[in-house]
Ligand binder design. Sequence first.
Ligand SMILES: *Cc1c(COP(=O)(O)O)cnc(C)c1O
Length: 505
Amino acid sequence: MTMPVTKTSREAPIELAPDEFRALGHDLIDQIADFLATLPERPVTSGESPRETRKALQADNQLPSDGTSAGPLLQRATHLLRDHSLFNSHPRFWGYITAPAAPLGILGDLLASAMNPNCGGWALSPMASEIEAQTVRWIGELIGFPADGGLMVSGGNMANFVGFLAARSARFGETVRTAGMGSGDFATCRMYTSAETHTWVQKAADLFGFGTDAIRWIETDGRQRMKVTALRQAIEADRAEGHRPFLVIGTAGSVSTGAIDPLREIAEACREFDLWFHIDGAYGGFAACVPDSDPEFAAFASADSIAVDPHKWLYAPLEAGCALVRDAATLRGAFSYRPPYYHFSQEEEEVNFVDFGLQNSRGFRALKVWLLLQQCGREGYARMIRNDIDLAEQFYRSLDEVAELESVTCDLSIVTFRYVPSDLADRTDAAEVAEYLNELNETLLTTIQDSGEAFVSNAVIHDRFLLRLCICNFRTTAADLAALPEIVTRLGGTVDRELRQKHLP
Ligand SMILES: *Cc1c(COP(=O)(O)O)cnc(C)c1O
């Protein structure tokens, strides 16, 4: 079907003529390709201060009253970002849990915004909504979660919120949605999670009306995993006191050390006590696709909801999170309204994602993930994630050969360690030495980060300040990691010499 073309020219300053768009687009893609090709030779970060970055931007400039043509603007934006950024796509970026942007994902985002479907309603995004539904289903298949419903969201926090809200309305029904949290005895509701859980849980308890006091922090064992006996005791004690336990949150890969809770035993406890079982798999969830990975992943099959983060271990460009539920009705039960201004069909086959989450208008986040899932397949992802884990384990073992580096934990693809000057090695428990080592490693962290040679972040375990490396990076090679001990000991030596003059004679 072709429509007759009517020539109109409205002179809208925002429009780009087709040839101009084509030329600018080709040029931009060339620049991005050059950038990606030269990435390993660049520093991981410019290491500038906020003041320097603002100066480069000319941050104080006023909003222009007249327009500028698109070409120079794109040029300037490209240069500003290329010369003043931190590159999580660099092979030596190992901070937090942040992945490189998969190249096909970059192109997927471009295509998604070119088509600009509004994935809130099926009628506004027929193929895009179907692609999102398929993506969500495939993610469930990949990790072994029997997803009946779910949706793409901006990241792990939002995906966990969706599971949390599904639990809230599934457990407390319509009352909580109509009369609100002030009604009934919601003040006695309790949720259970380990002290290692990401801060999303405080935000959720706070924002969704329970208050953070409703969180029962369950203690962890020597490997930062929830103690299920303590969980059971807490639930029983709360019940005996007339509280209403409703939700247990297990973590599949903690943000700090990659610890995986005993999910199978937690699932068992949830069944017994009839509680909603939500799993935060934002980091570790995708490791479930690796053959012979941690047996705890088998418990995904018995969770009520799970949050995963394709912008972590599926290496999708930001933003891409995904919330999955066992029963799609629990999402409708939490989020659906039928306003008169949306005349969407009520047909069951038509997915209107507005009914499944917090957003109304929604972009097409699924496209990049859908493309990547097919580019790599289950096998490709299993191999890349396995490689990340193997590299982390290799690095952890290699620390044994470096006298000044003390290895502490290794779970999934996270390793924690610290720099200990040789002359202090046999006195690390002495209070003044322990304190000095914390200060030394804290200063060293900033020094490493600013150096641009590699990027790690930190963890604090049993009051020890540690360097922390997370390999969620398909570009990292064994050679990149082999370079790290030398970087840390060299910079560590420098920082130690400077600090010792002030402290610890
Ligand atoms: C990263 C992470 C989150 C938060 O996810 P965002 O994508 O940053 O919103 C929550 N929980 C865990 C375990 C994480 O690793």
